[in-house]
Design a protein around this ligand. Structure first.
Ligand SMILES: O=C(CO)[C@H](O)[C@H](O)COP(=O)(O)O
Length: 203
């Protein structure tokens, strides 16, 4: 199982401000493609940058993110009216495709796209802020996806830590994002606990 801290290279909350776009997908802003470009220059070609685009109109950032050095572009199903065209555009820009769903979106909406994507992301909090409580009732979505799509990468994001990671693994997730648990108690014990929880649950 892969464990990823979100803030450094993983997450891109870019809600546009101003009169032109009053409706934001999430209320906060983290960083955009200039930061990705900068990180790529500093860190070289090796790090895998998956951009979780919690944005309105995700179509507009595909090219800038690709040019900046992103390797995967994960967008929200709720944020676009044409997932098929967006998937095609991401591929044409030589990035992998991640498809995320918010807690209120049923997994059946994601299923038609599952064979065209590299990763399905099941949110276990409402997108927007770290430090929220893990929504265990999202686990049936993960289990259903794992049953239907055995080889698909399935990621869980939101409230994942030592007490909850095994639930993700048992449901069938093979990737997690862990923010607060990773950063607020970032000692070796927590890291080992996370890793042990995963390795025990995943053969
Ligand atoms: O992106 C998120 C919400 O928008 C996630 O919750 C965040 O990336 C993970 O943080 P935490 O582990 O603290 O829930």
């Amino acid at each position: 199982m892969e464990i990823t801290p979100p803030w450094v290279c993983r997450r891109y909350d870019m809600a546009r401000q101003g009169k032109r776009c009053p409706l934001h997908f999430v209320p906060n802003i983290t960083f955009g493609h200039p930061v990705v470009e900068s990180l790529r220059k500093q860190l070289g070609q090796d790090p895998f940058f998956d951009m979780h685009m919690m944005v309105s109109r995700p179509e507009q950032w595909v090219k800038p993110m690709a040019v900046a050095g992103a390797k995967q572009y994960t967008f929200h199903l709720e944020a676009t009216e044409n997932p098929g065209a967006l998937i095609k555009d991401i591929r044409e820009n030589r990035m992998k495709v991640g498809l995320a769903i918010k807690p209120g979106t049923t997994v059946e909406y994601l299923a038609p796209w599952a064979n065209q994507i590299d990763m399905a992301l099941v949110m276990t909090v409402e997108p927007g802020f770290g430090g929220q409580t893990f929504m265990e009732d999202m686990m049936p979505k993960v289990h259903w996806l794992r049953t239907q799509f055995p080889t698909l990468d399935i990621e869980v994001d939101g409230g994942v830590g030592p007490d909850t990671v095994h639930k993700c693994a048992e449901a069938g997730a093979n990737m997690i994002v862990s923010g607060s648990a990773h950063y607020e108690d970032c000692d070796q014990l927590v890291k080992e606990c996370l890793l042990r929880s995963c390795s025990e649950a995943i053969p």
